[in-house]
Design a protein around this ligand. Structure first.
Ligand SMILES: Nc1ncnc2c1ncn2[C@@H]1O[C@H](COP(=O)(O)OP(=O)(O)OP(=O)(O)O)[C@@H](O)[C@H]1O
Ligand SMILES: [Mg+2]
Length: 562
């Protein structure tokens, strides 16, 4: 956390105060000053606020999920009150509220929250829990995942039978995507990976388990599907880990960090998982696209039926550009919502519309961002350049996973706009001139909106006489169309607030990576020494064709940013 609250008592000398201030600043913190009053600034405000949110839920006024969403979108908070209390730990929260009540026994803001008290005692938990996993969020990846976890704990409190002290809940877990997930049989210490955009699930009775996340270290756990595929993928990662072959070494940079395997018993099934670095780790608004590379998505050992089934999938895309898109999600900066696209959408894409889909993924409806495009293209080029040489592998049905944080993209756009307002109109302002969300057809395949100014639709700031301040212009506009301008102002306020909070809490300190491009899914990857002479001959042209096309699309995107 970037914030330091410096508490100045009546006995603190100016010198001591200044030393503390300097020390905080040297550590790169933002310091504020507060008197020696209980809770200081942050806790004094956050504790009663959270208690009120819980009381609101207790009264049945709104759900946990809706309260969190409301406070994020309506007040611009980076996390909702329930997500935040999950991060802090309910035990800590209850303790703090009780301490506040002792300081001001008559203040209704500090009265215990009945719901939590009641269920905590039903569960026969000790009055103050020792710090548990739930609070040790070292490496816990996203606010969303955190929300999922909190809701599990919260719903445990409100639904578990009084005799139970199990840490798994039979309640339907909270899921930011709004879908129901089978969380009930997931062992302690793991949660569903809410940001999975494609891929298979494993059946456990009537449930389906996809990727899981480890709360301890934030790894993703990919369930092994068929024994054969899982074994092949594990073999791939383990060989790569120990390989010292200079021709293979660059590949290590192109794949997520491999963290071994993990066997979990879920229901009555024992599943072997592959543990990998979570590429969305720490991202607040992760945008993820799974791009399956290659016209041929079946391996040389596939049956005729499998070949036929694979050949018929994503045909238009695969045959023209040599890749396809089984799924993606983007956090749409203009509407502040996640947009998710699954395989049905991907199957309809063709040579032209695939570009629109990629632009939509990049939040390109208000102009492609050069920094984002460059960062992705640099990684794609690196993979392409290695593929132009390598003769050790044949990659069938692997994907390139591109991940970026829309929260950081917003910051980048805003700071570019501040530096050069003319050439970088606020994405949010420009975007607000369009209706709600983007659709593939909203996006011009060739247009570069980044350099567009507000004058595009004739409704301009630049047409105004120089002497007329913007506020006056806004007032005139408001009298013409009060709803639109009110909404726009609210959006701008919210976005500015987001920006301000990010700056304050240091969501990105400039060092943290916010864009990843990695190769994933090696269940059908072969060493060329496993193949016959014809199959093993030369380069992996199937892969090369796809990556070359993908690079050329991003090269076009880069030109649009010129
Ligand atoms: N390291 C990772 N970090 C974050 N998300 C990941 C990671 N690996 C996979 N995912 C998510 O899981 C999805 C599926 O992954 P993957 O392609 O490896 O599995 P799959 O297609 O089910 O594999 P298989 O071909 O073996 O059936 C990806 O589209 C992505 O959303
Ligand atoms: Mg896959």
């Amino acid at each position: 956390m970037k914030l330091v609250e410096i508490i100045r008592t009546s006995d603190t000398s100016d010198e001591t105060y200044k030393i503390c201030l300097n020390f905080g600043e040297k550590l790169g913190k933002t310091c504020i000053t507060c008197k020696d009053t209980f809770g200081f600034v942050v806790n004094r405000l956050i504790i009663p606020y959270t208690a009120e949110a819980m009381r609101m839920h207790e009264r049945g006024d709104a759900s946990i999920k809706d309260i969190d969403i409301a406070m994020k979108l309506g007040a611009g908070y980076p996390m909702g009150p329930f997500e935040l209390s999950d991060l802090v730990g309910l035990d800590t929260f209850i303790r703090a509220l009780a301490a506040f009540e002792r300081c001001e026994p008559n203040n209704p803001l500090f009265k215990p929250v009945q719901l939590i008290q009641k269920y905590m005692s039903n569960l026969k938990l000790p009055p103050i829990q020792k710090p548990t996993q739930r609070r040790s969020y070292a490496g816990f990846p996203t606010a969303q995942a955190s929300a999922a976890n909190f809701a599990n704990s919260f719903q445990l409190l409100v639904t578990a039978p009084s005799s139970s002290s199990s840490s798994t809940s039979s309640a339907t877990p909270y899921n930011t995507s709004g879908e129901t997930m089978a969380n009930d049989k997931i062992p302690k210490g793991y949660v569903n990976m809410t940001h999975q955009v494609a891929g298979h699930t494993v059946h456990v009775g009537t449930d389906e388990i996809g990727l899981l996340k480890s709360i301890d270290d934030g790894s993703v756990l990919k369930p092994g599907g068929s024994q054969w595929c899982a074994a092949r993928e594990i073999k791939f990662y383990e060989q790569l880990l120990t390989s010292t072959d200079p021709a293979v070494l660059p590949l290590k940079e192109f794949v997520p960090e491999y963290r071994g395997t993990q066997t979990l018993t879920i229901g009555n099934k024992t599943i072997n998982f592959i543990k990998l670095q979570d590429l969305t780790h720490g991202m607040l608004e992760p945008c993820i696209i799974d791009i399956k590379i290659g016209r041929q998505t079946w391996d040389p050992l596939a049956t005729d039926a499998k070949k036929e089934a694979e050949a018929s999938k994503y045909q238009q895309c695969k045959t023209t550009v040599g890749f396809c898109i089984p799924g993606f999600q983007t956090y749409h900066l203009i509407s502040n919502t996640y947009k998710k696209f699954g395989r049905d959408y991907g199957k309809k894409l063709n040579q032209n519309t695939v570009t629109d889909a990629l632009k939509m993924f990049l939040n390109g409806d208000s102009g492609l961002n050069r920094q984002l495009v460059t960062s992705i293209l640099t990684s794609l080029w690196a993979i392409q350049s290695w593929m132009r040489k390598q003769k050790n592998y044949r990659f069938y049905s692997t994907s390139i996973l591109i991940v970026y944080d829309a929260r950081k993209l917003r910051q980048v756009i805003e700071s570019q706009r501040r530096q050069s307002p003319k050439s970088f109109p606020s994405a949010l302002e420009v975007g607000n001139r369009k209706s709600g969300g983007a659709s593939p057809t909203d996006l011009s395949p060739t247009g570069n909106n980044l350099n567009r100014t507000l004058s595009d639709d004739g409704d301009t700031l630049s047409e105004l006489p120089k002497s007329l301040p913007k506020q006056v212009y806004k007032k005139i506009q408001r009298s013409r169309s009060s709803t639109n301008n009110y909404e726009q102002e609210m959006r701008n306020m919210r976005n500015n607030y987001h920006q301000m909070l990010d700056d304050l809490v240091g969501a990105y300190d400039g060092k943290k990576e916010w864009v990843f491009v990695k190769m994933i899914d090696f269940a059908h990857t072969f060493n060329t020494n496993e193949l016959n002479e014809t199959q093993a001959n030369g380069l992996d042209l199937n892969y090369l064709d796809g990556i070359e096309h993908l690079c050329s699309i991003f090269e076009e995107f880069l030109k649009m940013c010129e």
